[in-house]
Design a protein around this ligand. Sequence first.
Ligand code: ZN
Ligand code: ZN
Length: 367
Amino acid sequence: MPATRCVVLEAFGAPVVLREVEADGAGPEPGEIVAAVEYGGVCGTDVHLQAGRLPIPLPLVLGHEGVGRASALGPGVDRDALGATLAAGDRIAWASNIACGVCPYCRDEQEPTLCERRRIYGINRPLGQPPHLTGSWAERIRLEAGTTVVRLAEDQPPAAVIALGCAGPTAVHGLLHIAPVRPGESVVVQGAGPVGLAAAMYAQLAGARPVIVIGAPAARLRLAEELAVGDEQLDIDELDVDERLARVRELTRERGGDLVVECTGAPAAVSEALDLARPGGRVLVLGQYTDHGPTPLNPHLITRKQLTLLGSWAFSAGHFVEYLRTLPQLRARFPLERLVTRFPLERAQAAIDAARAGEVGKAVLAP
Ligand SMILES: [Zn+2]
Ligand SMILES: [Zn+2]
């Protein structure tokens, strides 16, 4: 295999660097696929990885969201996860994680998201260990045996797939499985980043109304409004906590949201969610992927309002497949491609910075 240009995180808190990686010369092993990356998504998690907020091995080729073309298939690889034929040249997307299949959560609880030994591209597969090319912020990625791969229809723009790279399957897990949305429910989404927008889209697809998106900055909310993501967008830079609560009550016949979905990653938002939910309502915590510490909240509200509190962690390969299966319906309603801003590999640090600042809907590296 020729040398491959990869974006590598070498030290926490330092800018990422572009490196040429000499990968093993041999072609793909049994069960493996080598793919030429078309897009590697920049996820909020990448911002946290660079800051050192998760214990991960370094140096690491970043990128756990990816779309590309299969360039070489190892022996035994001829079908995708849905049973469709797979050949070199096909456009594919792959799930970021591989559950072990044998730990108690995988085997007995059927909860692969809680797997104790998940392998995750671009997060816990360091550059120093085979198969080396394990991140999508690179010209090539080597997909290990056991990876969930789905062939994409040629009429499906790859930018639409990557627009909700992690956010789509995360929202599938939360809003279709952990806290299923019912038609006609009012849904309040806290956060206007990719996870918040994906949660709002799935709520709308499920028939919720109104869907109220609360977030910042203004540019992101404008984009949400343009794409008709959410029926109402409330700007936290313009409305304080009391004003937001008053507005949500006004929009929900003075009750509060049937379902409040926290997608911000800010601990204080969970406390606000208890206020925003109606009596008897549900609160789904989806956004606290990294640990930002404890927050004061009033547990009396949980009892007096008889709230149901739910948590949803990441997503499984199955949720990823479900995201791709529901993508045509999402695309029919929302022009997902418009969320995407492309950066070349050389500008990976600028892409991370743009994602951190919320300047773009979705930053994507295009090798
Ligand atoms: Zn497991
Ligand atoms: Zn992610």
